[in-house]
Design a protein around this ligand. Structure first.
Ligand SMILES: Nc1ncnc2c1ncn2[C@@H]1O[C@H](COP(=O)(O)OP(=O)(O)OP(=O)(O)O)[C@@H](O)[C@H]1O
Length: 247
């Protein structure tokens, strides 16, 4: 479904991402781990088009998307969690998701006003809210949400774009320990239907081990291993690379 080949991003002589080849199958959940500065976020930036690779390709369903800008990649089904800054804090949770649905369907803000009454938009937004378990918070102002709820809203905004591949960059960041299991359930459900695939960077190893079908390990920009959780954790090179380092 999604594949990278020889994907490289250099700044001067330094390869921040170094010849990375990964394959993501339909419905697969691939966790990405690695120490701070390993190049995980940069890899995501290359895949989504926020940064242009110096070498290598990104393909989606066999189509080379390496030269496409982020919005064209998004239209083809590549979605990345919205950063918190793209949530309108003074709008309600439901209005935020409706806006995202409308944006995906090609409407402008002005059109959205008219479309607010549109049952289809409302239904899609409500379905996304339901998916992440935020229906009961629909009328709350997005700015008042707790961290765990904000992460769920970001996932709902992403779902509004109907992505086939979802990239989640540290979805547990800032979430209190008691809210983690709930969020894990929401994230697990993302691959449960329609063959949607997930690529997730996460520092919490317990979360990665619970969710991932396979784990990709990055180190100094390169892919050190990409295999089942059991095989990766038993890999001596991986163990050596992480000796004394926080994953
Ligand atoms: N625009 C940039 N200019 C210069 N160096 C950069 C730039 N972006 C990233 N880097 C460097 O590239 C390396 C990889 O950064 P990146 O954020 O991709 O790592 P990461 O694995 O996501 O780290 P973390 O786990 O801390 O988020 C780091 O050493 C970082 O300082």
């Amino acid at each position: 479904m999604l594949a990278t080949r020889g994907l490289t991003w250099r700044i001067g002589e330094v390869a921040i991402v170094d010849s990375v080849a990964i394959d993501l199958a339909p419905g697969e959940f691939l966790g990405v781990i690695g120490p701070n500065g390993a190049g995980k976020t940069s890899l995501f930036n290359l895949i989504t088009g926020l940064r242009r690779a110096t070498e290598g390709q990104v393909t989606l369903d066999g189509q080379d998307i390496s030269a496409l800008p982020p919005y064209r990649r998004a239209r083809l089904g590549l979605g990345r969690t919205f950063q918190a800054s793209s949530v309108f804090g003074s709008l309600s949770v439901r209005e935020n998701v409706r806006l995202a649905v409308q944006a995906h369907r090609g409407g402008s803000m002005k059109l959205w006003r008219r479309a607010a009454a549109d049952r289809e938009v409302a239904a899609a937004a409500d379905a996304a809210l339901h998916r992440v378990g935020l229906t009961h918070r629909g009328t709350a102002l997005a700015g008042t949400l707790a961290h765990g709820e904000k992460r769920k809203l970001e996932i709902a905004l992403l779902l509004a774009g109907e992505p086939r591949v979802m990239l989640l960059d540290e979805p547990m960041a800032g979430v209190s320990a008691e809210d983690v299991p709930d969020l894990v359930q929401v994230i697990r459900s993302l691959t449960g239907d329609s063959g949607r695939s997930v690529l997730m960077v996460e520092h919490h190893m317990d979360v990665i081990l619970e969710l991932a079908d396979r784990i990709a390990v990055m180190h100094h920009g390169a892919l050190l291993a990409c295999d089942t959780p059991e095989t990766v954790m038993a890999n001596p090179t991986v163990q050596e690379a992480y000796l004394g380092e926080e994953l």
